[in-house]
Design a protein around this ligand. Structure first.
Ligand code: UD1
Length: 386
């Protein structure tokens, strides 16, 4: 049984399911697979569109949890997931990433004495204020098989006392998805992406988006968008300074749109002549925009990784990252700037001068999902009869 809940999970499960299918076609022990969607993300643009475009089969079970406070979301997911596990009685439950679905379902899986495999184990930001850090810590503590994207993550686990035999360095599964979809994304025209995804209430804007001339931005972390002063300072820099250098394309997360409205910034952003607001966009559209971007400004974990492989110079709007391998000091494309405008300003101008320089860390090679299936089969052989 594998579990997804929110947008960043979908690009991690797609190649896993394909690898399970490849394995089954090749013969050997057959893996029966059930896909559960907790429904944490439910808008078409946050969920269904990814199933369609990445070829993920419709979930066998949708718990339809939706939005809510942490307690409501975590608790309701646990309540709804328990009978599903009892009914399907899987040997292994595969959870991915660090969203609320990952935490709730790994807790219930262990309560019901199931084996848990965690894809993207061992990431640590060191910031316990982040909901995702709590999700990562608990999930890793409970997991029987910890599948890591890089050697830094494996070392975190060893340092925390996880036995070596539970840790398996498999590489970054997001890069499987990137490699599988590069060619498709390259076919998209930026003008079409803009026409199809532009926010409706936005006035027509004459912004030219030739490759290597625009900035691409995403922002949704509570630490950046939930505090009016921080959000206002970031927006002032964007609207008054950054856009003088490059126009900015910005697909808006629903949380961010809501907070811009609450902070009284919405109208100004919506009418800014150098900011192009898009609805949340699909995987291929984002990949295409990233390939063409001169600079990325983001607080997303996945985009930091994709910038690394695509070579897009990136400002990470966070004070820490659970993905240090993406940082320039580790050979990656990004630099941490937090949400301090002084620091963002300095790094923004410096970063604009940087060339596009793709790098691929070890095992970020598009073959991670096959290594994961092999690792789960090997672990299952030693723990249960398959
Ligand atoms: C979640 C993940 C975060 C991930 C992000 C990517 C956790 C703790 N956080 O944060 O790690 O980077 O997804 O998007 O799991 N909303 C909609 N439509 C939807 C889903 C959400 O409008 O389909 C709105 C709701 O107002 C909701 C808000 O977005 O309250 C936040 O959604 P939520 O699932 O609580 O967390 P994210 O901020 O999306």
């Amino acid at each position: 049984m594998s579990v997804v809940g929110a947008r960043p999970n979908f690009m991690k499960i797609a190649p896993f399911i394909q690898a399970v299918n490849r394995h089954n076609k090749a013969g050997g022990e057959h893996i029966d697979h059930v896909l559960v969607h907790t429904g944490q993300h439910y808008d078409d643009r946050m969920s269904a569109s990814f199933f369609d475009s990445l070829g993920i089969p419709a979930p066998d079970v949708n718990l339809e949890i939706g939005s809510g406070s942490h307690g409501v979301q975590l608790g309701q997911t646990m309540m709804a997931f328990e009978p599903v596990v009892v009914e399907h009685d899987p040997d292994w439950i595969v959870v991915v990433g660090d969203v609320n679905a990952t935490l709730s379902c790994s807790v219930i899986a262990k309560r019901l004495k199931k084996k848990v495999a965690h894809i993207e184990a061992g990431l640590r930001s060191g910031d316990i204020e982040m909901p995702e850090e709590i999700n990562r810590l608990v999930t890793d503590r409970l997991s029987d098989l910890l599948l890591t994207p890089d050697r830094i993550a494996s070392k975190h686990l060893t340092d925390e006392g996880v036995p070596e035999e539970k840790i398996c360095f498999v590489g970054n599964i997001m890069i499987d998805t990137l490699e599988n979809n590069r060619a498709e994304a390259a076919k998209l025209l930026i003008s079409e992406i803009v026409a199809e995804n532009s926010i409706k209430e936005q006035p027509r804007k004459e912004i030219s988006l030739a490759d290597n001339t625009y900035g691409l931005m995403t922002m949704h972390r509570p630490s950046n968008v939930d505090h009016k002063e921080i959000l206002t300072a970031l927006m002032r820099f964007l609207m008054d300074e950054a856009t003088q250098e490059v126009p900015i394309v910005w697909p808006l997360h629903p949380r961010t749109r809501k907070q811009l409205q609450t902070a009284g910034l919405w109208e100004e952003v919506l009418h800014h002549p150098r900011i192009l607001l898009l609805e949340p966009i699909g995987y291929h559209a984002m990949l295409r925009l990233n390939v063409g971007a001169k600079i990325m400004l983001t607080d997303s974990g996945g985009l930091q990784e994709e910038c690394c492989v695509l070579g897009t110079p990136c400002l990470t709007l966070r004070w820490n990252t659970e993905r240090p391998i993406t940082l320039r000091e580790h050979g990656g494309a990004s630099v941490l700037v937090g949400n301090d405008v002084e620091r963002i300003r300095t790094e923004f101008y410096a970063t604009l001068k940087l060339p596009n320089q793709p790098v691929s860390p070890e095992y970020w090679d598009g073959k991670t999902a096959d290594r994961i299936v092999a690792a789960i089969i090997a672990a299952a052989r030693t723990t249960t009869s398959v």
